[in-house]
Design a protein around this ligand. Sequence first.
Ligand SMILES: [Zn+2]
Length: 460
Amino acid sequence: MIMAMMLIVFTASAKKGPKYVFYFIGDGMGVNQVMATQYYLSDVGGKLGYKPLLFAGFPYSGYVITHSANSYVTDSSAAGTALASGQKTDNNVLGMLPDKETPCKSIAEMAHDKGVRVAIGTTVCIDHATPGVFYAHQASRNNYHEIGIQLTESGFEFFGGADFHTPFTKDNSDEGNYIQAEKAGYTIARGYSDYKSKASGSNKMLLLEKNPNSDHYLSYAIDRKEGEMTLSEITAAAIDFMMKDPKKGFFMMMEGGKIDMACHGNDAATTIQETIDFDNAIKIAYDFYLKHKKETLIIVTADHETGAMGLSNGAYRLNSQVLQYQDMSEGEFSTYLEKKGREIGDILTWDEVQEELKQHFGFWDKVKLSDRQTDKLRSTYVETFGMGPGELKEEEYYKVDKMSDEATRIISEVAQISWGTGTHSGGYVPVFAIGAGAEQFTGQMDNTEIPMKIKKLAGY
Ligand SMILES: [Zn+2]
């Protein structure tokens, strides 16, 4: 009897936590970004209801509080620091306490110290705030070049993203992030097929996009062209690379970094397509989980909500299906109009702009507009083009002409989606979990609790 009890105690204490940990962070993905996407997927099928995203159907879920050390409305570096290290810090500080001196050790660093293999991936630049908090410690998130240097010093086995944001200093005071990475033993691959040809001969991998856009981000899902890299490919590459040595286990953080950017622009269609794309990357992890159920934990959460996105603008209805007719992001449409103007060597006429709005937003054709909305587009046209090249409006991450900004505002209005701000909000974000230890992630929790739970479960 005593022997049997001892055996039970022994077995319980020897029970291992998850060997393979996936940590997915949807930047800016509040509860309404998830809900809008699920409603949209049902609405385009003509059915009132919701079509669950894979991750939203995970068996355990909860609500996460996101305030930072100095604000109810966090930014990505403070929220990321909390999600990576379990420490609150001030907005703009990356991987350090508010004193801007004391580094906060991330769970990725803790895992790596224990011999666990680590992968960090994102749809934005690899030295951006959310990936950065897992390997760098800087007084400001804007110290991109220094964050890039700390990336090369991390020793983590895999990084995947669009590119470095600031690979070289203005005065070329060092050899730059690419050479620093190569000196530190990283193989640089450009695009997924390049990854596949270089992976077997590489110990540490830095997977970047072939031709990242000028902002060093991957293209939005809604704008993506054949052959451009996706978060799903980065996730697949990371799993492949981690499993070169499965004994060691892995910790992997993958960020859907552009949900936030689409929400900063109050661009509903682009937000929804980014959220679907994020779910597609999680499906890759889920397939892995199905093969290693007892040893795998998948956590999906967000750093904060962006845009104060609302699912109504007052009429007791939502009409999100109209968003299917928008086939370019706001920023891409702005670039497209500018290019069109340069091609014809003249200012676009209202008729020409109307034709483009019909083609790329479905206006007046599949998407009915009120006279007021048409008048607003027409007066915005005059402001933007009528008096010569229009001024560009500065969004958080890119510049758009007023015409494109107004078109996305109006399609949100028709879809009955409202936006409270062009920045972040203090709303709840969700957390979803499946796999070994997933039952820990339920109820209301502070963002600092998530990494501490992972650390405890995985034994970092
Ligand atoms: Zn943001």
